[in-house]
Design a protein around this ligand. Sequence first.
Ligand code: ZN
Length: 638
Amino acid sequence: MKSLWNHQEASQFTDDLAQRVYTSRLLGRDSSLVLHGGGNTSVKTRVKNVFGEYEDILYVKGSGWDLETIEAAGFSPCRMPHLLRLAQLPALSDPQMANELRACMTNPNAPAPSVEAILHAILPHKFVDHTHADAFIAITNTPTGDQRVKEIYGDRVVIIPYVMPGFKLAKLCAELFPKLATGKTIGMALLHHGLFSFGATAQESYERMIELVTLAEQVFVGAASPPRPGRIMTAGRGGNAAPTQQETLEIATLRREVSEVAGFPVILTVQGDVGSPNREGPATPDHVLRTKRLPLIGRDVKAYAEAYRQYFREYGNPSLTMLDPAPRVILDDTLGLCTVGRSVKEAGIVADIYRHTIDIIHRAEHWQALPARDIFDVEYWDLEQAKLRKAGPPPVFAGEVALVTGAASGIGNACMESFRKRGAAVVGLDLQPCPDGIVCDLTNEAQIRQALAQAIRQYGGLDMLVLNAGIFPQSSSIAELTMEQWRKVMQVNLDATFALMREAYPFLKLAPNGGRVVVIGSKNVPAPGPGAAAYSASKAAVNQLARVAALEWGKDRIRINTLHPNMVFDTAIWTPAVLESRARHYGLTIEQYKTNNLLHIEITSRDVAELAATMCTSIFAKTTGAQVPVDGGNDRVI
Ligand code: ZN
């Protein structure tokens, strides 16, 4: 492991806190040192308060910040004397400690200090760095780990046996460190947890961390690459290989079962090949909080949940409420590694942590996870429980997947945003590339199937479908309309919509909260206009198709409703030139033309998108087969 310290870069970070920011980011750049908000750093400095007096302040990483991207505002300023007095208390519950940490800040608006703040305070050095480095964990999480750590570091680090993070750990370190530290000490090793380094400057502390981790890494240099027994993936699958339709259905079924056990919809991401499986628990307390204690091997979700309940009964006490018993990591013969989360981000973090754990296990000679009891204590840590309670309800579409057609512009694009901001994972289908989009020609059935398979591999299923894609051809009377023009409109507006509905149906049926479809219709359905025969007929046919779907799919808990927008001018077809010519045609100003409805209001793509998203919420739970205008009121429709 190489130091990333660069004098020129570092010289731009002038004061203590800025230097702290710089080397924290250096640590954050390496995922084998810190992963997704893991690890923390601090600096001790003196700050003048409003009375003109100097106070000793510990700036320690605040919760919610990631070392890789941390800024000065991400450090919590805590009064040192208060932290040091806390370390002298005989006992303190972790929620009490968290409360005290917040109370001793000089800025109440700063983020909550890391739970490891006291640990930083008791180390008598200006800069302190803390990581959960993979190489260190690979050494300590073995039956002879304690001995190995001693051999590698000698008297350069103080060794602290495993206790749960929180006040107990801070207290133990406060007692042991002064007794065990010598003139040679440059760090502190917390067994089964991670490493601390410290120094008089940011560079010294950072480079000592690199040195300590390098010493751990060197243990593995030259060691034969361990065999990877029990490969869980068979050749030929995984990676980017196209999944079969059968496999796509199996993924959606698995995700449905996990959601049922969890009690809420989840995102399930197929990550592909994992090498060999880790049947043991997570590597560090930090990992426990995100991955649950064991992976599910195979697909028996119910048996896993039962085993989890048993685990809870064994270790839990009456004051604890069981967390959802759904697995977060699934290892399957054909699908490989699948990860589960309440959001795409969460499922991604689980995958990263899992891969690092696998890497650590491959390096370790005889891997040994933390004992089940210790894992339980971390998993049901009262601090974490309080955090979950405080978090409030999740977004309305958390763990759900929405697919929007015609997503690259106009109403489709606005729908992407409306579903995304309600917490859904969104997939856009369009001929044009767009963010979160899959390029797809909806008139090609094979491409539709391919796009659905891709979305389901990525997110696990399909809960909501917005059928928006359509074309509005140039105005033409029936007398002048060619068969070719007619067929083109029918093909895009009607045939493609039908094909997608048919292909999406088996997946919508598996949606944990019931499938929902919103059809973006048109005012032309109830009130057609001359010169738009093909468009109006295609939209009327889609309308009828949706009504039949409502009749057929009600038994499957799939709701389908139609919106009839009119005069939505912020879309690609309404260029300023077109708008002006239409307004002139009716003898109106542009402003009058835009609000030419009963309510005299303008209708935007966002208005339509917000209603489409609302129709997928429980507000419309008891409505299917309905048609709702979004047109500001139209006397021909009413
Ligand atoms: Zn830690």
